[in-house]
Design a protein around this ligand. Sequence first.
Ligand code: IPE
Ligand code: IPE
Ligand code: MG
Length: 242
Amino acid sequence: MTDKSIQYDRIRHMVSESGLSHIAFIMDGNGRWATGRGLPREAGHKSGAENFKKVVRMCGDVGIDTVTVYAFSTENWKRPLAEVNAIMRLLDSFVRDAERENEENKIRFVFLGDKSALAPELSRKCTDLENLTANNRRLLNIALNYGGRAELVQAFDKLIAAGKTSATEEDISGAIYTAHCGDPDLIVRTAGEYRLSNFLLWQSAYSEFFFTDTLWPDYSADDLEAAVKSFAGRRRRYGAVL
Ligand code: IPE
Ligand code: IPE
Ligand code: MG
């Protein structure tokens, strides 16, 4: 056995013992990764996009069935146009590759967020990928033009349009972008920031959190192991006495 497979076995064991089935990543630090190397921020996004694929594969290999990533927020439009365009191009090529690699990877893709603000071509490709992969078992949610507050607003609008004059928690959970899956067990944020930045506001009510200084393009199996190990040592009480 290689060191890598021994490590993966170790992580897999902790994943199954702790019941970790849904992990979410706030993939932060691409810009700092690049500027620290004297490179343009776009180079950090490219490296981050490559690492994103590796981390998703890694999560599958250690038995985590659902991964959610924060790729682009409703606030990220405030960035310089050239940077936004570079991120959109990377997303476009990610979606194209994902379609081509479907037979091999067997992942179900769901985009969380408002697609209508994306370029029509990208928006269509995202919907096509969702349809193509709808029957795959493992799930990857990509939060794209996503904001937790915007998500709740569209959920309330949807409920009102359906004739509701009051709502239950179940109604809201059923009207948000993640209606097809459970809440994240663990939310990891990279790059040393300690905030949600408008990510999964409703869904994170009882999520565990893990913060690391590692910049997203550097996120590795060692980082995943540290997060899973920490999660495995938590006691989730959900308000009760345990
Ligand atoms: C995360 O990296 C990627 C996106 C928000 C799209 P950043 O680009 O925020 O990297 P930093 O925080 O500037 O280092
Ligand atoms: C959050 O990171 C959004 C994504 C990772 C896509 P930001 O870099 O946009 O967050 P702030 O601005 O530091 O809060
Ligand atoms: Mg950032």
